[in-house]
Design a protein around this ligand. Structure first.
Ligand SMILES: [Fe+2]
Ligand SMILES: [Fe+2]
Length: 217
């Protein structure tokens, strides 16, 4: 089947991301699936799929529109760089708004993707961005993504710098920020339901999926 206009648009934007960032998006999607399964909400994703695409795999797609120097794995930014970086949630949301305009059957997919992209940096205590939402005012998928996103960042090798924490260190970090950055119920479910064995299996699975996705773009 030939790809539709909206699919091509999405793939084109994803291809502008550095390979490491494309990996990060899909790895985060995989951990969102782990969390939703542990919550007993594995029914959600199939309802939101558009063709073979899941709204879970694009939370940082807006970084494709940033200066590549900003996304090169630095962890400390100046105030101005911080503001530029924060704009990735708006750029990313714009991608899905455009797709929704041209693809009527992608409505549920785009709505879910927009929620995830726009709100994955909101914090449970209201200290996040862009809108300072708090608690359950933050859409569920964005709260799940917030946990999956940070866990993925902590575990990955960000350009050989800073990160690559162990599983235990990463889970401890989630617990430390439970209730401030993260929804405490989601952190509890993730930490309790997670064993090292499960995580390592998941990682192997991720690599398979990510390789096949990336090279098909
Ligand atoms: Fe982000
Ligand atoms: Fe991210």
């Amino acid at each position: 089947m030939t790809a539709s206009k909206g699919e091509l648009m999405l793939k084109k934007v994803m291809m502008r991301l550095p390979r490491r960032e494309a990996y990060h998006n899909m790895a985060t999607g995989q951990y969102m699936r782990v969390i939703l399964r542990l919550m007993g909400r594995e029914d959600l994703e199939p309802k939101l799929m558009w063709h073979h695409l899941s709204p879970f795999d694009y939370h940082d797609i807006g970084k494709a529109f940033l200066d590549p120097d900003l996304t090169e794995g630095h962890t400390l930014y100046t105030k101005d760089q911080d503001l530029l970086m924060m704009a990735h949630v708006d750029y990313g949301t714009g991608v899905f708004q455009q797709i929704a305009d041209i693809e009527p059957d992608a409505r549920m997919f785009c709505t879910a993707a927009e929620e995830i992209v726009l709100y994955h940096h909101e914090c449970f205590d209201g200290s996040g961005y862009p809108d300072g939402l708090s608690g359950c005012d933050i859409p569920l998928l964005a709260r799940v993504c917030a946990v999956a996103n940070v866990y993925t960042r902590l575990r990955e090798n960000a350009g050989g710098l800073m990160y690559q924490r162990t599983i235990k260190e990463s889970l401890d970090a989630l617990k430390h920020y439970s209730g401030t950055f993260f929804d405490p119920d989601i952190v509890e479910i993730f930490v309790k339901g997670t064993t090292e064995e499960l995580m390592e299996k998941q990682l192997v699975h991720q690599l398979d999926i990510i390789e096949s996705h990336h090279f098909s773009f």
